[in-house]
Design a protein around this ligand. Structure first.
Ligand code: GLC
Length: 714
């Protein structure tokens, strides 16, 4: 008899429900701690997992409590290690801008190493919600607007957090693909709001990254808070059982979002906790996160015949199976215990964080080559509420990160330009109307040759429960920017944010603009590396950057219309008061050099199903310094049984080029990847004419075009 069978046979119903119940530690100034009631629940075998706990002492203590319970079943200890644990890396939206799967994997592994060393077994990452609405605060946590790109991130992050799919090494944690699915389509960009999307969008856009995560072996899935067409994800039996578990073959754990099972009552599908617990368990939710719904309602649901005892056993099995895979029965993790009570970033993790951060920076504009700053002679005025804001550089969900371990922009620039005259003034607050530092800002700016204006959002204005109906510069920052621009000096705007900020007017008037997102603990050094030219910016936008909020949702893989936008045709799909083009296209990002793209050619224009589409393009570095270019390949299925998006991202490639050098870049796509879901949502590859577009971003103006055919009977 296996250990799991033995335990199941010995468990009381209360202990089984305990394994399906998660309690939470609370955060105190000294770090997380388990409240008394949670401690007693664990000791009595009424809680089998914990949220928000880390630290060798604290996790050992919690595991000891569990070991001393009647059956001594160890705990699953979980935490949101989304972009770092002690060392904080760029937020996911920023890191996606590197378009580097090896980097995505490396930072996940580094974060897993730090978290596992402090007793964490499960991280609630990667977040895989395709996001196309800058009003939604959680766009910061996402890999951006494209399902194919999000799927690449999904696979890389699962590899990084978990390592080899068989078992978890000491420096790995179980990853969670969250929040399944469609959360990024919350109505009006308002967090937690219901979603109303087509079944096709659900499958083609929002489920795709989760399917990729399951294929990569992700251990846990978390359903989203939202409801789709009246069916909350937490009790969506069709999605969770029939698609995720049966069609995709997912045999891992499904953990609800925070209190989401209990909230099925508020969602209007359950009359009480017993019904809520029954719906969630029937849908396949194994663990109730902190809501107490299973603890309060599952026994009653069983009595009422709303659930079967085998469903409870099935869920307990999956929980115990993950504990076994994590080796928790055999030895207390962490085997590589963190040395100190409060570990800090190491030189190695800081080097990785700095590299990830500077490669996440997107140079949006650089008129008159005002950047890079020359190392000597220039008097610089560093102005703005985000110039010396260590904590905000960490962004939302900053784990066990600490402001004391972060480098502000001011600190980074002073280190990089030691000896230079760098004046600093906050100028204004981020959120309040406090504007009393304006004089100091104007004075510093008047004494300078160039102004570096550091504005944007605070970390609290991004992430969960941070939707903004006006995603521009909050507080008096707009006035501060106007005052700085009025001085008529070269002005570089550094935007710190968890989303594309709608500041078109300021971008138009600034000489240079950097999208620096929230870059983590090495933000200041990374931004200084780019400002001074030590690093030639290479980031590319993972989301379309709107001109105005009225264009939202705006994304490149839009479906076709019978009346394509035509400035010369009134009766075409456009606005009468705004262009349809975004301010910056998906993939946009400038360099301190210049690249020219020529001569798109295909190895063959006539392909069968088993072939690869192979495109080559010549890229020339036409500038005066080395740089990295990224080129993207999009396809369009011209005629199909279901109208296909105008452009679908299928591949990208990077190339490093010295000044004046050229290279031929090759991009290859299996023809099978041109399949899509037919009217009955069955994957199909249809023969016919295809267009292929290759270039530095998704703007039609930047793309070279060719065509090819997929042969019939392929
Ligand atoms: C939150 C978030 C989810 C997170 C969980 C645990 O409400 O929606 O992303 O993993 O609770 O912190």
């Amino acid at each position: 008899m296996s250990r799991i069978d033995r335990l199941l046979a010995a468990m009381t119903l209360e202990e089984k429900i305990g394994q399906l119940t998660m309690v939470s530690a609370g955060l105190t100034p000294l770090g997380p701690c388990l409240p008394h009631d949670a401690r007693s629940e664990i000791a009595l075998g009424r809680a089998g997992s914990v949220l928000n706990l880390w630290g060798v002492e604290r996790t050992d203590d919690a595991q000891r409590l569990a070991k001393e319970s009647r059956l001594g079943i160890p705990l699953l200890i979980s935490f949101d290690v989304l972009h770092g644990h002690r060392t904080i890396y760029p937020i996911p939206l920023a890191e996606t801008a590197t378009f580097d799967p090896l980097l995505w994997e490396a930072t996940a592994h580094a974060a897993a190493r730090e978290a596992a060393a402090e007793g964490v077994d499960i991280t609630y990452a990667p977040m895989l919600d395709v996001s196309r609405d800058p009003r939604w605060g959680r766009i910061a946590e996402s890999p951006g607007e494209d399902p194919w790109l999000c799927s690449q991130v999904a696979a890389a992050k699962v590899r990084g957090y978990q390592g080899a799919p068989s078992a978890f090494a000491d420096d790995r944690v179980a990853a969670t693909a969250k929040h399944l699915a469609g959360y990024g389509a919350s109505v009006a960009g308002r967090d937690y709001a219901a979603i109303d999307i087509s079944e096709r969008s659900l499958h083609e856009v929002y489920l795709a990254p989760f399917k990729a995560a399951v294929a990569a072996g992700v251990a846990v899935i978390m359903p989203a808070f939202v409801s789709l067409a009246g069916a909350p994800m937490t009790s969506n039996r069709h999605l969770l059982r029939h698609i995720v578990r049966e069609a995709w073959g997912f045999d891992g754990l499904i953990i609800s979002d925070y209190q989401a099972v209990a909230e099925l009552v508020t969602q209007g599908v359950a009359a009480d906790m017993a019904e809520a617990a029954a719906l969630a368990l029937a849908a396949g939710v194994d663990i109730d996160m902190v809501g107490g719904a299973y603890a309060r309602g599952l026994a009653l649901a069983l009595e009422r015949g709303l659930v079967r005892s085998e469903w409870i056993d099935e869920a307990v099995r999956r929980v115990l199976a993950l504990k076994e895979r994590l080796g928790l029965f055999d030895a207390l993790r962490p085997r590589h215990r963190a040395a100190d009570a409060e570990p800090a970033p190491t030189p190695a993790s800081r080097a990785l964080a700095r590299d990830a951060a500077r490669r996440s920076i997107v140079l949006l504009k650089n008129a008159n080559s005002v950047l890079p700053l020359s190392a000597t002679g220039r008097r610089i005025a560093l102005i703005g509420p985000l110039a010396d804001a260590r904590l905000d550089m960490l962004g939302p969900w900053s784990g066990a990160g600490a402001a004391k371990n972060a480098v502000s922009i001011l600190e980074g620039l002073r280190t990089a330009l030691a000896g230079s005259d760098i004046g600093y003034a906050k100028g204004a607050d981020i959120a309040t109307s406090d504007f009393d530092d304006l004089q100091a800002a104007e004075s510093a700016a008047r004494n300078a040759d160039v102004i570096v204006l550091c504005v944007g959002e605070s970390a609290q204005m991004s992430g969960e429960a941070a939707s903004r109906a006006r995603p521009a510069l909050p507080g008096p920052q707009q006035e501060l920017a106007e005052a700085m621009l009025a001085l008529g000096k070269p002005l570089i705007m550094v935007l710190s944010s968890g989303r594309p900020l709608l500041v078109s007017g300021l971008i138009e008037r600034a000489d240079a603009v950097l999208a620096t997102w929230f870059l983590g603990c090495e933000a200041g050094n990374a931004i200084a590396d780019v400002l001074t030219g030590r690093w030639n910016p290479s980031g590319r936008l993972p989301v379309t950057w709107p001109l105005e909020l009225g264009q939202v949702p705006i994304f490149f893989s839009e479906g076709p219309t019978g009346r394509p936008p035509d400035a010369n045709n009134r009766y075409s799909s456009k606005y009468i008061d705004l262009p349809v083009e975004p301010l910056f296209a998906f993939g946009h990002g400038l360099s301190y050099t210049r690249f020219i793209h020529r001569n798109l050619r295909l190895r063959s224009h006539d392909l069968a199903a088993g072939d690869d589409l192979v495109a080559t393009i010549d890229v020339c570095n036409d500038g005066d310094r080395e740089g990295e270019e990224t080129v993207f390949l999009f396809t369009h299925d011209v005629v199909a049984s279901v109208a296909r998006p105008l452009r679908e991202l299928k591949a990208y490639a990077k190339v490093q080029l010295a000044a004046g050098k050229s290279a031929t870049v090759t991009l290859s796509v299996p023809v099978a990847a041109l399949s899509f879901l037919d009217a009955s949502f069955t994957p199909v590859l249809e023969p016919g004419e295809f267009e292929v577009y290759v270039g530095p971003n998704a703007s039609p103006r930047a793309l070279l075009k060719s065509t090819f055919r997929v042969r019939g009977g392929a």
